[in-house]
Design a binder for this molecule. Structure first.
Ligand SMILES: Nc1ncnc2c1ncn2[C@@H]1O[C@H](COP(=O)(O)OP(=O)(O)OP(=O)(O)O)[C@@H](O)[C@H]1O
Ligand SMILES: [Mg+2]
Length: 282
């Protein structure tokens, strides 16, 4: 394991108590089924024969040491990478030729390990970019049919403002994102993903680099998104306190292979997972 992974694991864990317990959640049928996924970059095998499923309304965590293949897995799910082998079944249909655009259109949104926002644009405008796929009028229609296009724009702004209220970032709605502290930028990125009203939300280390208070806030928002909007969440996270408290099930990757899959308790007591990632005392 790298030094960075050790440092991340030595940080104090964040706990959320019984309220956040996954046991209270009723998850539905399988919505996303990944079957025997293999992905390589030249000689590097990022993923080897990985299979796992995601149930509707669950919080599904992906954990593992640095370089284990976690981000690659999310990139396969939202069509950034095409696996050389394997099958992805989304809502009962085998997905062929999936690209990012098609994934987003079909209800899969994500945030990135390294924040990907327009730093010079305001919080509101960044969140509005998340509505792009929902907009019917294009530039030409806006010029020709000013009234309907204007009404549509207003409807999208109302939705963006709802998300701003939900994430409690009203006070910074007109602030350029580049001026915000890191923790708030992460929250804005979540807002932009939510603006697409996704069915599945993929979160790549949404709490990395945050202090304990910021992590608690982010956790609360993730749980609220899951509860209030019914959004299914696939979450990569290194903080084991967070993972064990808020996830329904956890899949564990190591060197591109799956070494564990189950409830937080099952994974915590899996000897392969302890050896590769958790270490003693977890
Ligand atoms: N675009 C790429 N080109 C070449 N190799 C890549 C590419 N993306 C990922 N890899 C390699 O695939 C492996 C898995 O990387 P990935 O980023 O998925 O790991 P990770 O589990 O997300 O790690 P971390 O915890 O550090 O974010 C690594 O060896 C990485 O170098
Ligand atoms: Mg990663």
């Amino acid at each position: 394991m790298t030094e960075e992974a050790h440092m991340q694991m030595n940080e104090p864990e964040v706990h959320f108590g019984a309220d956040a317990s996954a046991a209270r959640r009723a998850t539905g049928p399988v919505i996303l089924d990944l079957k025997n996924i293999s992905l390589s970059f030249g000689g590097v095998k990022a993923l080897t024969d990985i299979s796992f499923d995601v149930r509707q309304h669950e919080i599904r965590a992906i954990i593992g040491p640095n370089g284990a293949g976690k981000s690659s897995m999310l990139n396969v799910i939202n069509g950034v990478y095409r696996p050389q082998q394997g099958q992805i079944v989304y809502r009962g249909e085998i997905r062929k030729n999936m690209d990012c655009y098609a994934a987003a259109k079909s209800g899969i949104a994500r945030t990135f390990q390294n924040i990907a926002l327009f730093k010079g644009m305001t919080v509101l405008d960044n969140i509005m970019t998340g509505r792009n796929l929902k907009m019917k009028s294009n530039f030409l229609m806006q010029a020709l049919y000013w009234g309907p296009a204007r009404r549509e724009e207003i409807a999208h702004r109302i939705k963006a403002e709802e998300i701003i209220d939900f994430l409690e970032i009203q006070a910074i709605r007109k602030t350029p994102v580049g001026r915000l502290p890191y923790g708030l930028q992460k929250r804005v990125e979540l807002g932009r993903a939510l603006a697409a009203e996704p069915e599945i939300l993929l979160l790549d280390e949404p709490m990395a680099g945050m202090n304990v208070e910021e992590k608690q806030d982010m956790c609360r928002f993730i749980l609220d998104v899951n509860d209030q909007f019914g959004t299914t969440i696939v979450l990569i996270e290194h903080d084991m306190g967070v993972v064990m408290d808020i996830s329904d099930r956890v899949v564990v990757l190591d060197y591109g292979k799956k070494i564990g899959d189950g409830t937080p308790d099952e994974v915590r007591s899996n000897q392969d997972v302890i050896n590769a990632y958790l270490g003693v005392g977890c």
